[in-house]
Design a binder for this molecule. Structure first.
Ligand code: NAD
Ligand code: DAU
Length: 350
């Protein structure tokens, strides 16, 4: 039986990765290591929490001693590393939190792997989950390939770029077996409503203003989260050591067009007159350093490992909206308490 540590497994994408591995690989022992920050929620994993091949451990990747002891006790065969501070707006307010978790936390994991897997690097894999934001921003044309030079602009993307560089440095310097993937914007169930799509769904259903940064002309390339989890599965099992794969759905949307689409879907689902929800759209001060456009060229992943998205954006968005409408209790839980203060701080002066 192989034992894997998945970090950040109580978060949005991590919970989908954990669920996929627990369900699809009964002969793997899956340890979900998560600090349970505001973004981590064990309710995201209710359906598999009692599975015989699943265990949750609460812990902080910034704590090097704890991480070293965890490796000594559990002796994992692999790490799939998703734990991170992930929200760009929060990184603008508190950059150091991002340096600590995203860079120091990643280096702590690499150090533990380097020490505990020494002499056996070939049979132990360190998979680092990263983002397309490390590549910076595009103009109206072109796409990010795996060869695009890093050019991060936000404290979040700078910290993710730093962590990617450390992973490559451990591959090149110590000969560790690492893989990195850089994915575009995800959407789907269990997405924390500080991010655009779940925030818009939440506000529309609550009849609250839907904040659009700047002119709403920024473009993001959206991928259904379960397709990201499947890509991670494929890459984890098939990629050669030291390789990088971009993951994306060739699905670019201007923010304002996406929000108008959500308004129109929700008008129908909530029995409102067409155009009613769009009246909630409110233009607010732009995000500082706001990247204009992201677009991923995922040809390497398709050509070498055969991965393509499994569903269209229309199908994925429909499923997502339905999930939020059916899971009001989850949404109410995560938007109570500290969330109210965050929302107030984030949006009151925009
Ligand atoms: P998220 O914020 O929903 O979840 C992050 C998880 O990490 C949470 O469960 C949190 O409790 C945990 N965590 C945070 N700090 C920790 C620490 N110090 N120690 C242990 N656990 C800690 O994030 P997400 O959107 O699911 O993103 C997961 C990963 O995927 C991140 O590395 C992110 O950079 C990357 N990514 C995200 C997207 C996206 O669209 N959301 C796209 C590409 C890549
Ligand atoms: O590209 C991958 C990245 O996607 C991940 O690495 C990040 O972890 C993830 O948070 C996401 O970053 P973005 O900044 O693109 O996502 P966000 O949902 O915060 O914003 C999407 C777009 O919508 C962006 O152009 C900013 C805009 N926006 C966002 C919010 C929260 C608004 O117009 N209004 C809002 O209220």
């Amino acid at each position: 039986m192989k034992k894997f540590i998945i970090t950040g497994g109580a978060g949005f994408i991590g919970s989908h990765v954990v669920r996929r591995f627990v369900k699809n690989y009964p002969d793997y022992q899956i340890i979900n290591l998560d600090k349970l920050t505001y973004a981590g929620n064990l309710a995201n994993l209710k359906d598999i929490e009692n599975a015989p091949n699943y265990k949750f451990i609460k812990g902080d990747i910034v704590d090097a001693v704890f991480i070293d002891e965890l490796f000594a006790t559990e002796q994992p065969d692999a790490v799939i590393h998703l734990a991170a501070e992930s929200h760009v707006d929060r990184s603008i307010v508190s950059p150091l939190d991002f340096v600590m978790t995203n860079i120091v936390g990643t280096v702590n994991l690499l150090n533990a792997a380097r020490y505990h897997w020494k002499g056996e690097y070939d049979s132990h894999r360190f998979y680092h989950v990263s983002t397309d934001e490390v590549y910076g921003t595009l103009g109206e044309h072109g796409m990010f390939t795996e060869e695009t030079a890093y050019d991060p602009h936000s404290p979040y993307s700078a910290s993710k770029a730093g962590s990617d560089h450390f992973v490559r440095a451990y591959q090149d310097t110590y000969g560790m077996n690492t893989v990195i993937s850089n994915c575009s914007n995800n959407y789907g169930s269990y997405h924390f409503p500080e991010k655009l799509i779940p925030l818009a769904i939440h506000n529309i259903t609550q009849n609250k203003p839907v904040p659009v940064y700047g002119k709403g002309e920024n473009v993001r390339d959206w991928l259904w989260v379960e397709d990201h989890a499947r890509a991670i599965d494929v890459i984890f099992h098939s990629a050669a050591p030291g390789t990088t794969y971009n993951i994306g759905g060739h699905n670019e949307w201007k923010n304002i067009d996406l929000i108008n689409l959500l308004c129109s879907i929700l008008d129908k689902k909530l029995g409102r007159a067409e155009g009613e929800s769009a009246k909630l759209i409110t233009y607010v001060t732009d995000r500082a350093g706001h990247d204009l456009r992201y677009a991923i060229d995922a040809a390497r992943l398709k050509n070498e490992l055969g991965w393509t998205p499994s569903i269209t954006f229309e199908e994925g968005l429909e499923k997502t909206v339905d999930w939020y409408l059916a899971n009001e209790e989850w949404l109410n839980d995560v938007t109570s308490g500290h969330y109210q203060q965050y929302y107030e701080d984030q949006y009151s002066n925009r």
